[in-house]
Design a protein around this ligand. Structure first.
Ligand code: KIV
Length: 258
């Protein structure tokens, strides 16, 4: 049965952990979906892991649409969320509705994710929700703000922790169906998770969130660099290198084709 926003919220109430991973193409999406992942995020981290950029900032709406449509074609059961790229939603609620609408209409995304919980962004979220577009929030470390915040853990001081908690509550009140908590202290993530009616999906936020998300390239051992909180469950870089060397050897030795 396909995953829905209602199910994700019920799973929080029932204490069932939500499994989320990123995908950037059809092949990866098909594997994640068949393996039973609940939520597939077409994260703008694909700018770095699939397109070779240094940050998430350069990826365009058209590139994200192209990748999202491929992921959607590979997905039957998981809930597909697309990241709105940098400056495709920050200007105004109208800009956000226009951009988010393209992801639902043109690429088949079921929801969008956007970064930030400051008052203007909360207003944007409530207008997107009113327009019928499910929204996933994202607070704590927000990579689109790398030039202002860097990649360091957020919410370490009392004031910063309080601000992030208030942002998460405001996004919940605005109608977001879930929130990513990135690289914040475990106790802060636990407080936010207890306070919200919607699920929290942690990445570098400790074990008390309602679900966990990682960048699939990190999980599979494909990334050139991974953040300190990520974990690799396979070394595909090594496996692919060996397969390519085996093929090259057989071609050069005239062993393939037989
Ligand atoms: O772009 C992305 O992959 C993300 C995750 C890190 C949550 O936003």
């Amino acid at each position: 049965m396909p995953v829905t926003t209602q199910k994700l919220i019920q799973w929080k109430q029932a204490g069932r952990s939500i499994v989320a991973l990123t995908a950037w193409d059809y092949a990866i999406a098909r594997i994640l979906d068949e393996a039973g992942v609940d939520l597939i995020l077409v994260g703008d981290s694909l700018a770095m892991v699939a397109l070779g950029h240094a940050t998430t900032l350069p990826v365009t709406i058209d590139e994200m649409l192209h990748h999202t449509a491929a992921v959607r074609r590979g997905t039957k059961e998981a809930f597909v969320v697309a990241d709105l790229p940098f400056l495709s939603y920050q200007e105004s609620p109208a800009q956000a509705i226009h951009s988010a609408g393209r992801f639902l209409k043109e690429a088949g995304a079921q929801a969008v994710k956007l970064e930030g919980g400051y008052p203007a962004m909360v207003e944007t979220v409530s207008q997107l929700v009113l327009a019928g577009i499910p929204v996933m929030g994202h607070v704590g470390l927000t990579p689109q703000s790398v030039n202002r915040l860097g990649y360091k853990q957020q919410g370490r001081t009392r004031d910063d922790a309080q601000r992030i908690l208030q942002e998460a509550i405001a996004l919940d009140d605005a109608g977001a169906f879930a929130i990513v908590l990135e690289h914040i202290p475990t106790d802060l993530a636990a407080r936010i998770t207890a306070k919200l009616s919607i699920p929290t999906i942690g990445i570098g936020a400790g074990p008390h969130c309602n679900g966990q998300v990682l960048v699939t390239a990190d999980v599979l051992g494909l990334s050139a660099q991974k953040p300190p909180f990520a974990k690799s469950y396979a070394n595909l870089h090594g496996i692919i290198t060996q397969a390519v060397r085996d093929f090259s050897g057989e071609v050069r030795q005239h062993q393939f084709p037989e």
